[in-house]
Each structure stands twice: as C-alpha cells, then as structure tokens.
Design a protein. Structure first.
Length: 283
C-alpha cells in the first residue's frame, strides 16, 4: 500500500514528530489541491497523524484515488474549482455546514504559467488570478469567518518563492502570488486577535506536474515537465517541512534547495541577486 511505503521511508521526519506531540491528532483539516503533488502528500501524512480530512480539487476521480490510499474512514471528498466563484461558494457552504469547526485550511490549489508577458492573452492573466488569488481569498474569507467565530484556527496559504520575486515566463503567476502576500499579511493583523493564525508557504522547485498543467500565452496547457521540477525536492519532503512550520505557527515557511537562499541574498544583496537569478533556467 502506498501510505505504508511512504511512512517506511520517512525516518526521523515531521510525520513522527507530529504524531508524538499530537499536534494534528483529532483536528479537522481541509486541503485544496489535494488530488496531486504537495496536497496529496499532506493528505497521507495528516491521515497517519490522526486528522479528519476534507479533500478538494477539480478532478473527483483523483480525489477518490487519494482517499483510497489514505485508508481511513475520516476522509471526505468535496470537488472544487477555485476558478469558479459559484463553485467556491457552494462547496464552502456545504463543507461549513457539515463541519462546524475547521481547525486548519490548507489553501493549496493553484495554477502556474509558461508564457511571456507580452504574448499572454489578458483572459489568461485573468484566469490565473481568478484561481490563484480571487478563488483563494474567497475560500479563506468564508472559512475565516467560522474560525473567527470559533476563536481558533489556521489558514495555510501556498504561495511560492516567486511570490517574492519575478521570474521568466511567470509574470501572472508571480503577480498572483505576490498579491497573496500583501493580502494575507494584512488579514493576519486583523484576525490574530481572534485566535486565527496565518502562514504563507513558499515552496521552491518540487517534483510535481505543475509545469505540465501551466498555461501558455494562448491558454492551452504547457504539457511539458520542466527540468527544474523533475530535479526538485520530493513533494513528500516538502509536505513534511510544511507541517513542521505549521505546527510552530510560522508566518512564512520556505522550502527549497539553493533557490530558497535567494530570499536571503535578495534581502541583503539585491544587485547580486538580480544578476544571479537571470542565469537560472526558465524551465
């Protein structure tokens, strides 16, 4: 079984630390983008840690696969399209009616881009922002109201390292992730007095299919796996690091190899950083 194989390879990982301190045990957790990649690995780790899970993504058949691999009666599926406002509202209403106390929302769903800014149609820019920003914040508003009323909860927002700087072929993707930082840093100041914590997650290159599903300038899927992605960190490792940071209620959780060092270099040596980042491969 996949989850058994996964657990056997983790070693002294976040999974066992989380189980030991029971941070996630008994919590009700909603994960969007749960049909693959980081979201899928979060589901496996959190199931083993004793959480009740709500899994959402567009592809219901993939959610069913993940649920089966979780091998738990405490996993529930609610298909969701973050790019469709009605879908977000209806799904959130149904989930909140069924689960009156969500402890953690992993607002993880999103879509990337592989197209030059001047060649990308405006409707593609809008689509990316609709999924990555507007759908994201709408879901957080609805879940956040419940958390504020309950005086507890955590909103975990998946941004990206390019939410801190721009990069080739990702103008709208980077822009949508930049917007998340401004929005949630402001929201955090407003809700923390009500016991609600907000963490922004900044993954670097990770072995997922995000580049395959990324939108080109004409709105079609890239259908190419970037070398940066194929040689990146495993999503299981990234998920473990995220769970460590969430348990500590960190404001920002960055996970990467040398690309993550860009956060430090950019802060203290901005001119050097911009020279270096220009040499990185766009794919």
């Amino acid at each position: 079984m996949e989850i058994v194989k996964l657990c056997s390879n983790i070693g002294n990982s976040c999974l066992f630390r989380c189980m030991k301190n029971n941070y996630y045990n008994g919590k009700t957790i909603w994960i969007t983008g749960a049909s693959s990649g980081i979201g899928e690995e979060l589901a496996y780790l959190l199931t083993s840690a004793g959480s009740t899970l709500i899994l959402s993504a567009r592809r219901e058949e993939e959610l069913e696969r993940v649920k089966k691999n979780c091998n738990s009666n405490n996993v529930f599926i609610y298909p969701l399209d973050l790019g469709n406002e009605d879908s977000v509202k209806k799904t959130a209403e149904n989930v909140l009616a069924a689960f009156p106390a969500i402890d953690i929302l992993f607002n993880n769903g999103g879509i990337s881009q592989r197209g030059e800014a001047v060649e990308t149609a405006l409707e593609v820019d809008r689509r990316i922002f609709e999924v990555n920003f507007f759908g994201n914040i709408l879901l957080s508003k609805m879940v956040g109201r419940q958390m504020v009323a309950n005086k507890k909860g955590q909103l975990i927002i998946t941004s990206s390292l390019v939410g801190k700087w721009g990069f080739y072929l990702r103008s709208s993707y980077s822009g949508s992730k930049h917007a998340l930082h401004g929005y949630y840093e402001s929201m955090r100041m407003e809700v923390e007095k009500n016991g609600v914590a907000i963490s922004l997650v900044l993954p670097g290159f990770t072995q997922t299919n995000i580049s395959k599903h990324a939108l080109k300038g004409d709105g079609t899927a890239s259908n190419e796996l970037d070398s940066n992605q194929s040689s990146g960190l495993s999503p299981a490792f990234v998920a473990q690091k995220i769970l460590n940071g969430v348990a500590k209620k960190k404001y920002e959780i960055s996970v990467g190899r040398t690309e993550a060092l860009g956060l430090v270099v950019r802060r203290y040596f901005p001119a050097l950083f911009h020279r270096l980042v220009r040499k990185w491969s766009a794919r």
